[in-house]
Design a protein around this ligand. Structure first.
Ligand code: KIV
Length: 278
């Protein structure tokens, strides 16, 4: 049976029923179509592509064109999965109008079902204007990679009482602004639990512990493809990087010693036709 894309009311209903769901990232049609074969409910075309696809040291250089360009094949490859397009750094910090214009582009040109942006109470007015304009918005608090410099690096957030209280306020502000879900990145499990209990929209944890309503991972991390660094919250369910290196080494070796391509990978022709060539 074909996989059916869930809707925003259905994601909210899952939380109300105490049921969990999942989100992973994709940036191309190949991975998107593989994810679409699984029950994973959401794909994020994340600005983590800055590191994973482009090799940058941060997500900051990722552009609107990058996000739109990569959202299109993901939408094409995963028709049964809800697709969220990430709003890159600089696409929502100039003005509310600019944020709405850029979110519109991710949905109209990229084909995403929703957008995600980083920040809490400080961006709530932007989220409200976008939601009022008909744009479904996912929030993202805790470690917000686009502003990691202001946070002092890629660190766990909300570790002391004051910072944890601020995170709870941020989550509530996003809910009140109309966000349909909120990502909690690198937040102590007890704080994520409190937030999950205190808001009605789903919390989506990446380094947020087991109490979040949804679990999130970058696909290339969970498949063990991206090995430049492996954060503590990443469980590698496969070690594809090593397997890919092994396969490529074997191809090289067999091409050198002539065992590849054998007859099963080569084309022949009729003997009588061949004779006419000599
Ligand atoms: O860009 C991304 O992959 C993200 C996830 C870490 C949630 O924002």
């Amino acid at each position: 049976m074909a996989k059916v894309k869930l809707t925003i009311p259905q994601f909210k209903a899952l939380k109300a029923q105490g049921k969990k769901f999942t989100l992973v990232t994709a940036y191309d049609v190949l991975l998107a179509s593989i994810i679409d074969k699984t029950p994973i409910e959401m794909i994020l075309v994340g600005d983590s592509m800055g590191m994973v696809v482009f090799g940058y040291n941060s997500t900051v250089p990722v552009t609107m064109e990058d996000i739109i360009h990569h959202t299109k094949p993901v939408v094409h490859g995963a028709p049964g999965t809800f697709i969220v397009g990430d709003m890159p750094f600089g696409s929502y910090n100039v003005s509310v109008e600019d944020a709405i214009r850029n979110a519109n582009r991710i949905m109209k040109e990229g084909g995403a079902d929703a957008v995600k942006l980083e920040g809490g109470a400080k961006v709530a007015h932007i989220v409200k204007a976008m939601v009022d304009g008909g744009i479904p918005v996912m929030g993202h608090i805790g470690l917000t990679p686009q502003t990691a410099n202001q946070l002092g690096g890629f660190k766990v957030q909300g570790k002391d009482a004051a910072a944890a209280k601020q995170l709870i306020e941020d989550a509530k502000a996003l809910e009140e602004a109309g966000a349909f879900a909120v990502v909690l990145e690198c937040v102590p499990s007890p704080v994520a639990k409190l937030i999950t209990e205190q808001i009605a929209i789903p919390t989506m944890g990446i380094g947020g512990g087991p109490h979040c309503d949804a679990q999130v991972l970058v696909t290339q991390d969970l498949l063990g493809m991206f090995d430049r660094f492996v954060p503590k919250f990443v469980k590698q369910y496969a070690k594809l990087n090593g397997q890919m290196v092994d396969a490529l080494n074997q191809f090289y070796q067999e091409s050198m010693d002539g065992t590849f391509p054998g007859p099963e990978y080569s084309f022949g022709m009729k003997e009588e036709d061949l004779k006419q060539l000599y």
